[in-house]
Design a binder for this molecule. Structure first.
Ligand code: HEC
Length: 188
């Protein structure tokens, strides 16, 4: 019995170690993949020479040479994999909101226009009569940052108890990210 327990413990520890080492390894080796999109973004305004020497600069220089096309593609694909929103999909998900909101014009329906809502102060669309609950929460929430919108769209009545937005909330995080991307795409 004891041997068995010892054996089990040894196996558990070994598995744990493998896990940790793998985690560390992927942390160390995957790390350069993260700065790449950031470096790519800074590429148009700044020349590679302006960058401080370092791994990202080296990668950037390499990427801007012959294979600029695939590198750019990769940069575009990385945020999507990380769960960033897709405006085209968001447009479809927005069908759930359409009955009550315009996203593309500054006109109110049952709910306020959502044109420009990302980054807009809460309960601030001119000419819309917000509920007392929403007005009371406005100071609290402040501005509809992406994170605040995410929380609100997942559970409107939890974030703003008493809101007159009669909508249960979106269950899928991806749907929410897509809608936010769609809303943002309209206000640029
Ligand atoms: C049944 C109608 C209805 C539906 C469906 C609906 N909303 Fe609303 N929405 C409202 C109303 C009404 C308000 C104003 C709430 C208040 O004043 O309490 C509101 C408020 C909001 C606000 C706050 C706006 C501001 O200016 O502070 C956001 C953001 C929002 N809705 C997004 C959405 C999104 C995104 C969807 C779809 C996933 C959606 N709503 C679906 C009716 C609706």
């Amino acid at each position: 019995m004891r041997t068995f327990v010892n054996l089990a413990a040894a196996v558990a520890i070994t598995l744990g170690l493998i896990f940790v080492v793998r985690g560390l390894a992927s942390y160390i080796f995957d790390k350069p993949a993260v700065p790449v999109p950031a470096a790519m973004k800074q590429e148009p305004p700044k020349s590679a020479a302006a960058k401080p020497a370092g791994k990202p600069a080296v990668k950037q220089a390499a990427a801007s040479q012959p294979s600029a096309q695939p590198a750019a593609k990769q940069a575009a694909a990385t945020p999507a994999a990380a769960g960033a929103g897709d405006p085209a999909k968001g447009k479809k998900v927005f069908n759930k909101c359409k009955a009550c909101h315009f996203a593309d014009k500054p006109k109110n329906k049952v709910g306020p226009s959502l044109l420009g809502v990302v980054g807009r102060p809460v309960a601030a669309f001119e000419g819309y009569k917000y509920s007392e609950a929403m007005k009371a929460k406005a100071a609290d929430i402040g501005t509809w940052t992406e994170d605040k919108l995410k929380a609100f769209l997942a559970a409107p009545k939890k974030v703003v108890p008493g809101t007159k937005m009669a909508f249960a909330g979106l269950k899928k995080e991806q749907d929410i990210a897509d809608i936010i991307a769609y809303l943002k795409s309209l206000q640029q």
